[in-house]
Every structure is written in C-alpha cells, then in structure tokens.
Design a protein around this ligand. Structure first.
Ligand code: GLV
Ligand code: MG
Length: 325
C-alpha cells in the first residue's frame, strides 16, 4: 500500500437513488414509502424556471414534515452559474438542514465550485448550530468536470460521492445521441469479413471511458461512484444491463428516474448469494493456506492469493452493510 492513506467517506447504502422533482409534491409520500436507499429532491433540471421558488418551498416543507424513515435525503440544487443556487442553499439548509443529509451539486466543473458551496454551507451550519455535517454529492456531467474530476473529488471533506450525469455529459461533449444513457448502434465495431464472407457487428459501450475515469477519481479519494440516469423506463432489461456494467467497473449504485427502476438497481447493486458464497470460500481457503504457511493456493482450479482476500472482503462487507441496513 502507499504511505498515503485514503480517508473513506461515511458509509451509506447508495444502491438506488431516486430523482423526485421538487415541483411534484404528490410524489413525495410514495417515494418515502419506497425501498430506495437515497432520494434526491430536485430543484434543477426537472423543475421549470417559473416553478423554482415553489419547488424550494415544497422541498423545505417535505423535509420537515414527511416521514422519510431512515432514507438518506438529498436536494439537487441549481448550478453555480444560475441565480437560483444561492437561495437554494440558504433556504434549504437554514430551514430544513436538520433532516438534510446531502446536497447534490450539478454540473460541477472545478474544485473552486466545491469550495464555494462548502463555504456557504459551513457558514449556515455554524449560524444555525447544525450538529450533523451535510455531505456533498457531485454530478460529473460536463467536459470541464470530467477534466477536473480528480481535483473535484479531493476538494472538500464534505464530499461523499461522484455521479455520472450521462445526459448533460453527452450534451457537453457534443456526443451524437439524444437518448439518456444506454447504447448506441453507431458505437460499434464491424468485423472484417469472416470465412463465409459475413461480417459481425459488436455494439460497444460509448460511456465506458467516462464512467471508468470517474470511478478511479472517486475511489482514489474515498468516495462512492454512482451511475446516473437511464431514460427508457420501459426497458428494464436495458436498465439492468447498464447497471451491471457500472457495477462491474466499481459503481455502488445507479439512479432511478422512475420508481420501477428502484428494485432493479437494488438487485443489481447487491452482491448475489452465489457471489457472497464464493467470496466466503475464498476467505476460508486463504485462511487455511495461511495456517499451512502458504501465500497462494488453488480453488476450483484457479489461483488465489492475498489480493483475492481483498477482492472477497469487498463483497462480504457489502453484503453485511446491506443486511444491517
Ligand atoms: C443528470 O443530471 C444527467 O444530466 O444525466
Ligand atoms: Mg444533468
């Protein structure tokens, strides 16, 4: 290990994160009753400019009055380039800071953006005597944000997670797509002709680099990487495939832009029984190997060593966290 010890963000279950527009208070109760891990009440892109002020009031009232149980509660504020942002922070933290766990900052572009938000929240927390530190979740969804993702990830003690905002990221990078997440037939490999002259098309994942880049920055700074939205809520199989790709890369969760996506995210982002059993067998085999003075042994015909212990522990710890939730 490096001499540099990575401080981990407070552990929270974040398999699913439900987006709920602040302008739709009729959806709040249902969200509170759902099985989602984290809810973000939105003041940004799901709310029209004329509805922003009312949405802010709805969110403040709901944070104070709705029984959200043990759910982690977040509010997505407007971007730092808008005049809504300061009032989002001041009003929500001053008037509902006790029940607020996280603030989601969209389109974060530089470490200075994080610093500015941190300065505001710190002043309000001090002035109001709030005891619990409000954390930050940042949406990486611009070319600038992706370029500066490492500095953003390390910019505040409040940082807890990085989220891949695929829709705005596509717009910012001028990617030729208008769908939210998912795959694109134009991002494919055409094989050379096979023996019979036919050619195969292999669809690729156009978001792979961006997501993997964000995962590295998050993990190197002790933060949770979370995959963002999948727009086609009538395609559960497509959603699950996207969530699995994200999980395989190291993401801990995925957004749900529709309540039907919550169960899908919870399922994919929880290690399966088979994975946990295999991990436990690896730990046991390595314990026996250590007792016999060996550093590496074979299990089911494959080599395992001390690195296998660390891999297996990740899965076993996640299963424990879920069981204890
Ligand atoms: C989320 O905010 C996105 O732009 O995908
Ligand atoms: Mg966005």
């Amino acid at each position: 290990m490096s001499f540099h010890v990575i401080e981990q963000a407070p552990a929270r279950l974040n398999r699913s994160e439900l987006a709920v527009p602040g302008s739709a208070p009729q959806m709040f109760e249902k969200a509170a009753q759902s099985d989602v891990d984290v809810i973000f009440l939105d003041l940004e892109d799901a709310v029209a400019p004329d509805d922003k002020a009312q949405a802010r009031k709805n969110i403040i009232k709901a944070l104070n009055e709705v029984d959200w149980g043990k759910k982690t509660m977040s509010v997505r504020i407007n971007g730092l380039d808008t005049h809504y942002m300061y009032r989002d922070v001041v009003d929500v933290v001053e008037q509902a800071g006790e029940r607020l766990d996280l603030i989601m900052i969209p389109k974060v572009g530089t470490a200075a953006d994080v610093y500015a938000a941190d300065m505001m929240v710190t002043q309000i927390e001090d002035a109001k005597g709030l005891k619990k530190r409000i954390g930050f979740e940042h949406i990486i969804e611009t070319a600038l944000g992706m370029q500066n993702v490492t500095e953003i990830a390390g910019a505040s003690k409040r940082n807890e997670s990085l989220h891949f905002g695929v829709a705005d990221y596509a717009a910012s990078t001028r990617a030729r797509t208008t769908i939210i997440g998912g795959v694109n037939p134009d991002y494919s490999v055409l094989t050379d002709p096979l023996e019979d002259g036919s050619r195969a098309v292999h669809w690729g994942d156009m978001w792979h680099y961006a997501l993997a880049r964000m995962v590295v920055a998050a993990r190197a700074n002790g933060l949770r990487p979370i995959d963002g939205p999948f727009g086609d809520f009538q395609d559960p199989d497509g959603y699950k495939a996207a969530a699995k790709r994200a999980a395989v890369l190291g993401c801990e969760g995925k957004w749900a832009i529709h309540p039907s996506q919550i169960a899908l995210a919870n399922e994919v982002m929880s290690p399966s029984e088979a994975e946990v059993t295999k991990a436990q067998r690896i730990l046991k085999a390595m314990e026996e190997a250590a007792a016999a003075g060996k550093g590496a042994v074979s299990l089911d015909g494959r080599l395992i060593d001390y690195a296998s212990i660390r891999q297996a522990e990740v899965l076993v710890q996640k299963a424990k966290q879920i069981a204890g939730a």
